[in-house]
Design a protein around this ligand. Sequence first.
Ligand SMILES: *Cc1c(COP(=O)(O)O)cnc(C)c1O
Length: 374
Amino acid sequence: MLLTWVEISKAALAHNAQAFKAHLGPACFLAPAVKSNAYGHGLVESSRVFAENGASFLCVNALYEAEALRKAGIQTSILLIGYVPLADLGSAVALGCDMVVYNAETIDALGRLNRPCRIHLKIETGNHRQGVGLGDLPKMLDRIRRHPSVRLVGASTHFANLEDRLNPDYALRQLSVFGEGLKIIEGAGIELLYRHCANSAATLILPEAHFNFARVGVSMYGLWPSEKTKVAAERLGLSIELKPALTWKTRVAQVKEVKEGALIGYGCTYKMPHAGRIAILPVGYYDGYVRSLGNRGKVLVRGQRAPVVGRICMNMMMADITRIPGVALEEEAVLLGRQANQEISAEELAQWSETINYEVTTRINERIPRLLVD
Ligand SMILES: *Cc1c(COP(=O)(O)O)cnc(C)c1O
């Protein structure tokens, strides 16, 4: 019997993929980011649904993710966006992955393999993470030209703060630097098949950043990149509906009567203000339910909200169910998502634990089974 598991709504993922495909139009490749276990939604499970609903590429961070996709029989094109160690480039090429590159060493090592491969050059435009500055681009292009087996098919960049601002001024500056970079590359006689910089926020609210390829991450899973992006989208009159896909479930491991004044859990940080009942839930910070949710989180039991009481333990937590009658051993509790008419969103959990929705779903331990439902 499953004690703790994650249900992923296939209908929600398919809806989001189709909505983005329609939003971007037929000339733009949809390339969902499925890194980090598909933001906690199950790498293989989510990738399959995206591939069946309009995705042309899947963006992964690391080689092991590309290997897992191929092992599962998923044949969709893969773009590796993270760093691949020089020693592993042969494996990436053997899998047929496109790779985002930004180091001369990587280009030379790919050339030495002497096997046809496709690269996308990352341009530094102001995020100061990966990327080649405009001044270094001509040298880099010369370098690529020296290796006939290495084909430059794409150019990309990444926005630093679009989701943090209502005013996209910095993103627009990055976009203009990107435009200059594209001019340098195309001016050198290279015909780019893919030009891309759009993450979820840019895909939603910055159409001039779509080019012909969009790397949509968090919003493929039905989540807004931020409240600000949602407000900006409303101001633009955007009518896209995003459907959250994830429900995190567990089962009650004990129902316990406690007296008024009882001290709950490690550190005795919670004192029962009344006599009542608590439920012990077999989930803790090892599972990805962060410790800072102690005395702050809420869980759903019988369609009602029950406050988390005491500290979150490594493998367990407690919730006050005094006001919810009849709770039985092994009955379902929901940590994230909907139960009956109540819902705990990733945004609420993020607020309670002072982080962002991205981190809430991504940190759900990979060992917890992901089940595709509907
Ligand atoms: C993760 C990532 C994305 C997706 O970002 P979202 O905000 O989740 O849409 C796009 N591009 C790169 C380079 C990334 O690392």
